[in-house]
Each structure stands twice: as C-alpha cells, then as structure tokens.
Design a protein. Structure first.
Length: 303
C-alpha cells in the first residue's frame, strides 16, 4: 500500500498541468471580445511551445529539474450571427499535441505522449455592443466533452483527453480610448469527476481511483496599443486560481492553482482577411505547479 501511495503522489504532481496547457492554447486573445458582423466566419489555427523546469509546492521551490516540454496545436471554427438585435458567436475547437516530462518531479522517470484532446463547443452573446463608443460586454459558455484519448495508467498530464466534462462561464468587457483598447475578462470553470483516474494493480484488481476537481477561476486583462491600422502590441496579464484535485483514497493532492502570468502579444493584419498574432507568456509566480514559458502564434482567416 505504501508503494502504491508513493506512485500516486508522483502522478498527482501532474494533475493540473493539462488544464494549464489547455488554457495556454485555446484561450481568448486580445481583441476576441469584439464581435464580427453577422455572417462572418473564421478558421483559426493555434500553436504553442511550452517549457518549464522549476517545480513549486506550497509556494516553495522544490526542484529545478522537472523538465516539461509541450507542443500543442488547436483548430477552431468560429461563426458570428445575430439574435434579437444582439450579436452572437458560436465556435468549435479541437486540440492536438505532444507532451513530455522527465526529471526529479516524476521520480527520475521519463514520460511522453502524442494525442488528440477534448472537443470544445463555445457560444457567446454581446449584451452591450456600442461600436460608436468602442464598448462591448459579452457572456460566453464553453463546454468541453471527454472525447479525447485517455489512458488511466499514464500520468494525467500526458492525457490531452481528461475523461471529465467541464463547463466554463466567461464574461468579457472591452473599451477603446483613442489608439488604446482595454480588455478585462474573467471566468469560472467547473468539472465532473474522472472515475478512471489511476488504476491500482492489474485490471479488475482494486479498481481505479476517482479524481475530483474544484472550480477554476481566472481574471485576465490586456492593454492594446495600435501602432498602425495593421499592427498592434499588447501587454497581457493572467491570474488563475482554484482547481485543487482530490481522491477518496488519498485525500487532497495539495495542487491548488495560484498562478500569475505576464505576456506580450503582437498582432499583424497580413491581408484584409488574414490576421497573425504572436505571443510570449511567462508564468512568473506559481504555488503548486511548474513555472512555464509559452511562445505561440495564432493564424486566423476570415470569410
């Protein structure tokens, strides 16, 4: 039993990591809370390269040798329309990627995996849309279905499929002042249980553990400055908290999120229908995770 518990502790260090990777990839970028005209659609491609080495527990650095590398892509389809005079948007997104980890944080072992993630359905409505005042307020709902690949015997971080449903409610506010645009967004995300978290012993021996996850909360803000009509730069900040995981077998994993991330985004309008965003983000403070660096790009084609 002691050996099983030690194995579980090693695996539980990685429980929140997939959520961190998901939020880094299929996330709202600066300017995403301004609606397009009814009938406009877009195909959006995301790519993020995520790395980290310093692992923290309870706000204390526990080692500098937990080597995380993730290359994750996502494809998103977006369509704008109108209902009762209110702009609305609907979207589908699907991530795919490779995650590898080794070093002290996983007992000196090495793990890697390449998988398809969970499908996300997104819908939103703008309760305030005043382009003449450059002011918008929207509410959107995200539903993530457990459609991705999932293997209980692997560390959860290596399963881009999470074997749990989740729902996210997001509110976004945008206001423009001359060449400056300010975004303030926040969300809460809730999760069902993962009833196939870890398989102890051979199949059908003692059965898998059930993982429960607390709600996750985020507040983010972007301060965008238009250098020209086709080029902008934005300073970005994200605060993520909550999400502690636990099982009936061993109690809490003591992995509550308390993360601060700063970043910069550059946006270029390549053509009237094509936009490229490039960003760099640094999780400069974390309580129970691996500090990560994220370099990524988003290419959107509108039609």
């Amino acid at each position: 039993m002691k050996t099983l518990k030690m194995l579980f502790i090693v695996l539980s260090m990685l429980t929140i990591l997939p959520g961190t990777i998901y939020s880094a990839v299929v996330t709202d970028e600066v300017g995403d809370h301004i609606p397009g005209p009814p009938g406009l659609s877009a195909v959006v491609f995301y790519y993020d390269h995520i790395t980290g080495t310093n692992q923290y527990s309870g706000g204390t650095l526990v080692n500098r040798n937990t080597n995380l590398t993730a290359d994750v892509t996502a494809l998103r389809f977006l369509h704008f329309s109108e209902i009762g005079g209110f702009p609305v948007a609907m979207a589908l997104a699907l991530p795919y990627g490779n995650v590898s980890i080794n070093g002290a944080g996983v007992g000196g072992n090495q793990f890697s995996s390449t998988e398809i993630g969970d499908l996300m359905a997104i819908s939103g409505i703008w309760l305030i849309a005043k382009p003449e005042q450059r002011m918008w307020l929207d509410i959107s709902a995200w539903l993530t279905a457990p459609t991705g690949e999932y293997t209980p015997e692997k560390p959860l971080a290596l399963n881009l499929g999470q074997n749990m449903w989740s729902g996210k409610l997001l509110m976004g506010f945008t206001k423009g002042f001359g060449p400056i645009t300010w975004d303030l967004n926040s969300f809460v995300q809730i999760f069902t249980n993962n009833d196939r978290y870890v398989q102890f012993g051979p199949p059908n021996a003692s059965g898998p553990a059930t993982l429960k996850r607390d709600p996750v909360y985020e507040v983010e803000t972007h301060l965008k400055y238009d250098l020209t009509k086709a080029l902008f730069v934005s300073a970005d900040y994200y605060y993520l908290c909550g999400g502690e995981t636990k099982t009936d077998e061993f109690g809490s994993n003591n992995d509550r999120l308390n993360d601060h991330t700063a970043g910069i985004t550059v946006g270029i309008q390549l053509t009237p229908k094509t936009q490229l965003l490039v960003h760099a983000r640094d999780t400069f403070k974390t309580e129970n995770q691996i500090e990560t660096m994220d370099i990524g790009a988003r290419l959107a084609y509108f039609f």
